[in-house]
Design a protein around this ligand. Structure first.
Ligand code: ZN
Length: 430
């Protein structure tokens, strides 16, 4: 069972993985992503795909590969006043190489800071426009004195490739569950290392589990990564029965599920049931064509049943896309709670099904068949109700999950009732 063991080792393991990946300078392409995938690949079987610069993905094109070794702004005294080696957020991701001396006024248009959060470094990118820039705390920016500054960005933007990782776990049938997390942010912890850690450990558990479905975990950059994956997997897309974008899962915020485009997919009900069973507060929101990779999976040409699980969502917490989204923001118990809900949702999908009552004319006599057993001398009303609901709604049209939701009972209880009724010959597969 996926959800039975309390994942103390997973809790620590996920936190350790986030800490280990944190220093790497990731972007939508480059060696930081490759190193990230290599480390994830120590935990789970991972195939790394390289898609060349210039490759088409529908209306998009894989950009040049970006790598960076060093970047700084030095003052007239030779001090590095802004230093990429201290924090990789200091550089605008995809900055072109620069090596020149300039006046502060000339430098200013290339500086980015947050007047409302003057002690934090913002996270900025410029993937599709060739430019350069530095990010720094607003307080530090205001303290810069007039004068000459030596500006160096030792980066390369060249023909290369976009890297993404796939963990494929074959199941008894070819129907697939697709789980996507993005891998394109530098030293930010909740966005996106928490998602990487939860997906890695969910895959780890599934490696040794008996699987009905085939699971495909994709670790790729946001937007361009899911587009590239979709464009290269057109033949597989029809096999995706359920999907989840799992990101931003490590902060103290409560869990938040965003429904798939249809709003009524099995994965929507499975995740919501798992959230309800978790006993913690949570939110559910409808699909919107904004956010993360769910908008690509839910574009009209694909319309895949892919929901999204986060804690505090994009722009939904003050530390979002700043240097305060660091290791201090990540809670091991939040990672563990996120993993538990994902694992329970997967278990529901694995065990869901439709059945038919073989004795639908009036209630069959359960006592005669030994199905009204007592537990510890007392009868179990929930177990009896589970049997009655399962018998009543098993007309081939309702799944066990639908029955559980309608009965207000845990899915596991309904599943056990269905197993007992099948053993007694009162239920058969639809
Ligand atoms: Zn982000």
């Amino acid at each position: 069972m996926l959800t039975r063991t309390d994942p103390d080792d997973a809790r620590q393991g996920m936190h350790d993985l986030v800490r280990r990946l944190f220093p790497l300078c990731r972007s939508i392409t480059g060696d930081g992503v490759r190193e990230t995938l290599r480390i994830v690949g120590e935990q789970i079987p991972l195939t790394v795909h390289e898609v060349p610069s210039g490759a088409k993905a529908f209306d998009w094109t894989v950009p040049k590969e970006w790598n960076i070794r060093d970047a700084y702004i030095k003052n007239a005294q030779g001090d590095r006043v802004v230093d990429f080696r201290v924090n990789n957020l200091h550089i605008v991701s995809y900055s072109v190489p620069v090596r020149r001396t300039m006046r502060l006024a000339e430098l200013q248009p290339h500086l980015h800071s947050l007047p409302d959060q003057p002690d934090l470094i913002p996270y900025r990118t410029s993937y599709y426009e060739e430019t350069w820039g530095f990010c720094l705390p607003h307080r530090q920016r205001q303290a810069l004195l007039d004068g000459d500054y030596e500006v160096v960005i030792d980066s390369t933007l060249s023909e290369g490739s976009l890297s993404y990782g796939e963990c494929l776990l074959p199941g008894a049938n070819g129907d697939e569950v697709l789980i996507y997390t993005h891998t394109c942010h530098p030293s930010l912890a909740n966005d996106n290392l928490a998602g990487i850690a939860v997906c890695t450990f969910l895959a780890r558990r599934l490696v040794s589990a008996k699987r009905r479905y085939t699971y495909r975990f994709v670790f790729g950059p946001g937007t361009i990564g899911s587009l590239v994956w979709l464009s290269r997997n057109a033949d597989r897309v029809t096999r995706v029965r359920h999907g989840l974008v799992a990101v931003l899962l490590g902060d103290a915020g409560s869990l938040r599920y965003k429904r798939s485009r249809s709003g009524d997919a099995e994965v929507d009900h499975a995740v919501q049931h798992a959230l309800k069973q978790s006993g913690t507060t949570y939110d559910v929101e409808p699909f919107t064509p904004y956010g993360y990779d769910e908008r690509q999976f839910g574009s009209p040409g694909f319309n895949l049943p892919v929901g999204r699980l986060t804690r505090s969502p994009n722009s939904g917490y003050p530390e979002y896309h700043t240097s305060a989204d660091n290791l201090a923001l990540i809670r091991p118990e939040s990672l563990a709670g996120s993993l538990a809900v994902c694992a329970r949702a997967v278990e529901i999908l694995e065990n869901n099904g439709r059945f038919v009552n073989t004795s639908p004319f009036g209630e069959p006599q359960l006592g005669r068949r030994g199905l009204y057993r007592t537990i510890g001398g007392e009868s179990s009303p929930a177990r009896e109700m589970a049997m009655l609901w399962t018998l009543n709604l098993s007309d081939g049209g309702h799944s066990l999950l639908e029955i559980a939701d309608r009965a207000g009972l845990d899915f596991e209880l309904i599943r056990r009732a269905a197993d007992e009724l099948m053993d007694a010959g009162l239920l058969t597969t639809a």
